[in-house]
Design a protein around this ligand. Structure first.
Ligand code: NAP
Length: 283
């Protein structure tokens, strides 16, 4: 039976670390790191996410700001809101909650964010720094995957890592982070021939697909570390992209859903906000 990789506990450890380092930062610089969330419209799920990001930010001793725009806001209004926070020295991180409602185009909005405040890590400058392995802000969920591997001392250097999924927000960045730590990385997707043959090679298997319980035990190498990024709402409740029951019989270590990668995302957002504050004051 696989060891459980506990994301809830690991996210608490990250938040404790951020809280203590944020306190040191405040006493060294006199500046309290700040994060602003920008929400356009009143989507209930987005409201919950934004509220919990605000609460967590305050819990670690950082400043939290929130900018609420109506669903009727124009593209110009959303963009000028971002520009205003770019110019506001109280905030080190700007998070635009996605998706934007209606016909609003998120791409130019995200590209307007000052890269030094890009705590989501989606700005092309941040993407370029990630590709080039230069210091910068990394996307939160992929960074959370790496934090889990480190915390559970899962060897990455030289490991065969297989990432299922090639999205810009999870699959590609997690593959790059694994590569930069010298894993031998394979990225798979919906056109991959004989997926199971590829996944069975993985010492580290990351599933970021968005298909409930698609990765079954017979697709996993005995003893592998399985990181399930998937969050799927089904009639049976919240499930991952990995079939936990069969996978945990074969894997050496595995993340549950919920309680695996999910809680890591906000923790890494807080870590990025502190990192942004540091980088902004040393550049
Ligand atoms: P996405 O943009 O829809 O990408 C899914 C990827 O899976 C695509 O690259 C797709 O291939 C691939 N795929 C789909 N069907 C496949 C199949 N049958 N075999 C192999 N590959 C297949 O999804 P995402 O945004 O990366 O999110 C993935 C999952 O992670 C979702 O469940 C999402 O809810 C979850 N998620 C969780 C967090 C968190 O924990 N905080 C954050 C973000 C996302 P193609 O490119 O060929 O279409």
């Amino acid at each position: 039976m696989a060891a459980v990789i506990d994301g809830t506990r690991t996210s608490e450890l990250v938040r404790e670390r951020v809280a203590s380092e944020a306190a040191e930062f405040v006493s060294a610089t006199g500046h309290t790191p700040g994060l602003v969330t920008i929400l356009v419209g009143e989507d209930p799920a987005s409201q919950v996410y934004v509220r919990s990001k605000g609460e967590r930010t305050r819990e670690v001793g950082m400043a939290s700001f929130h900018d609420q725009l109506p669903a009727t806001a124009s593209q110009d209004e959303v963009e000028s809101t971002v520009a205003r926070w770019n110019a506001d020295d109280r905030v080190d991180g700007i998070l635009v909650q996605l998706p934007l409602p209606g016909d609003l185009d998120s791409k130019p909005v995200l590209e307007l964010i000052d890269p030094s405040k890009d705590v989501d890590g989606f700005h092309p400058v941040s993407v370029g720094r990630l590709v080039a392995n230069q210091p910068g802000l990394r996307p939160c969920t992929p960074a959370g995957v790496m934090e889990l591997l480190h915390t559970y001392e899962i060897p990455v250097t030289g490991a065969e890592a297989v990432v299922v999924g090639r999205s810009d927000i999870v699959g590609k960045p997690v593959a790059l982070l694994l590569l930069h730590e010298s894993a031998t990385v394979t990225i798979t997707h919906s056109r991959t021939r004989d997926l199971a043959e590829v996944t069975r090679r993985a010492d580290i298997l990351v599933a970021a697909i968005g298909r409930p319980q698609m990765i079954t035990g017979d697709m996993i190498k005995p003893g592998a570390a399985v990181i399930d990024v998937g969050i799927n709402r089904t009639e049976a409740g919240l499930v991952g992209d990995v079939d936990y029951a069969s996978a945990s019989e074969v894997a050496g270590a595995i993340t549950p859903v919920p309680g695996g990668v999910g809680p890591m995302t906000i923790a890494m957002l807080l870590s990025n906000t502190l990192e942004a504050a540091r980088l902004r004051r040393t550049q």
